[in-house]
Design a protein around this ligand. Structure first.
Ligand code: PLP
Length: 415
């Protein structure tokens, strides 16, 4: 029972270095966030030791009284937060939540309509390299070439032609509002179920900074670690009539013992998400994204769809002749971490890409506001407009560190 620093100094050092990286760089990865101290405490607690196959009150193991308390609280709080009829808080990840959801309502070979990965969808929405693309007949829908936004009329046409059993709506890199109501209407016309994967926008949906999918979806999946700012993991919400099928599909269908420490941490995150501070935080994420997008546009960059309504934006670098890969590598050396991303109709490969994705959840958690977004947009612009000059990247790194120092992260944490 020795402390980590004594037991395993190599891992302790890596964790400490990661803390310093998070503190000292501007993180703009749209799918990341900084969990609260309380969430992290719960996530590394003794509940990691407990097996609890089954559900509260109906376990296959003894000694589950206290983990039952955690799971009940997580379920109740999530239900209240989103206004969902039923919640399963056991999925280990977003992809596993999606797998369990598909298994609950589909047979292998059934047809899923999902957003094309190259147009902003997620791997688990039907990519051929993912289980979803291998097990189901996938009919992708796209954004339009002109507006680079979803075209619901085209979506309806594809649905009429292909009669999917399930329409999956939700994205990993789509900067605009999703109209869940229209998707429901399309699904009803062809007799399909609707699954909303709100992994990216869950925090926004919880407080009304993005319209909620709950009234219009049969199933909703989300990760808990992005805008929702909880521990790494996921949940599934659904209509009452699907509750049993979803629960069975998670356990014993696709998972064994739940990660009770993660479930306890999810409960903490849902409690935090019901506070007025969390609501303000989500609206600030959106205001920050808009400010950053506007400044990048003033600095002559082209944004996919011309801007953003949510927490992220995509910058097209075709005009500048810079690949996403070169941009994210150089920006990392300048103290700014973001990721390369395919843009719609991208001529480059997924490993190279012609764009970058920028999100504001992390910097907003640090307390940054619109003024800092303008500064960050200018730092990005300086680096990208002088991409071959390593001195420029070095100078911006100093600026980035200065900005980070003004908004300290985890000040009391030592590792
Ligand atoms: N769904 C969407 C829309 C996502 O963006 C992601 C992850 O980025 C996932 C699902 C998968 O989550 P995980 O990485 O936890 O499997």
């Amino acid at each position: 029972m020795r402390p980590l620093s004594v037991e395993d100094p190599e891992i302790a050092a890596a964790i400490h270095a990661e803390l310093e990286r998070q503190r000292n760089t501007i993180i703009l990865i749209a799918s990341e966030n900084y969990a609260s101290r309380a969430v992290m405490e719960a996530q590394s607690c003794v509940m990691t030791n407990k097996y609890a196959e089954g559900y509260p009150g109906k376990r296959y193991y003894r000694g589950t009284a206290f983990v039952d308390v955690a799971e009940e609280l997580a379920r109740e709080r999530c239900q209240k937060l989103f206004g969902a009829e039923h919640v399963n808080v056991q999925p280990h990840s977003g992809t596993q939540a999606n797998m369990a959801a598909y298994f609950a309502v589909l047979k292998p070979g059934d047809t899923i309509m999902g957003m094309n990965l190259a147009h902003g969808g997620h791997l688990s929405h039907g990519s051929p390299v993912n289980f979803s693309g291998r097990m189901y007949n996938i009919v992708p829908y796209n954004v339009t070439r002109e507006k680079e936004m979803l075209d619901y009329a085209e979506m309806a046409e594809i649905a009429r032609k292909n009669k999917p059993q399930l329409i999956v709506v939700g994205a990993s890199s789509y900067p605009r509002i999703i109209d869940f109501k229209v998707v429901r209407e399309i699904a009803d016309e062809v007799g399909a179920l609707v699954m909303a994967d709100i992994a990216h926008i869950a925090g926004l949906c919880a407080v009304g900074a993005h319209p909620s999918p709950v009234p219009y979806s049969d199933i909703i999946t989300t990760t808990t670690h992005k805008t929702l700012r909880g521990p790494r993991g996921a949940v599934i919400m659904c209509k009452e009539e699907l509750a049993q099928a979803i629960d069975r599909s998670v356990f014993p269908g696709t998972q064994g013992g739940p990660f009770m420490q993660a479930i306890a941490a999810k409960a903490v995150a849902f409690k935090e998400a019901m506070t007025p501070e969390f609501r303000d935080y989500q609206f600030q994420i959106v205001r920050n994204a808009r400010a950053l997008a506007e400044r990048l546009t003033e600095n002559k960059f082209d944004l996919v769809s011309g801007g953003t309504d949510n927490h992220l934006m995509m910058v097209k670098l075709l005009k500048e002749g810079i690949t996403g890969k070169l941009a994210d590598e150089t920006l990392e050396r300048a103290g700014i971490t973001l990721n390369k991303n395919m843009i719609h109709f991208d001529p480059a490969t997924p490993f190279v890409t012609s764009g970058i994705r920028i999100g504001t959840p992390c910097v907003t958690t640090r307390g940054m506001k619109e003024q800092q977004m303008v500064e960050i947009a200018d730092m990005i612009s300086t680096v990208l407009h002088d991409i071959k000059n390593e001195e420029t990247a070095k100078a911006v790194r100093v600026q980035a560190k200065e900005l980070c120092d003004q908004f300290p992260l985890y000040p009391d944490l030592t590792c």
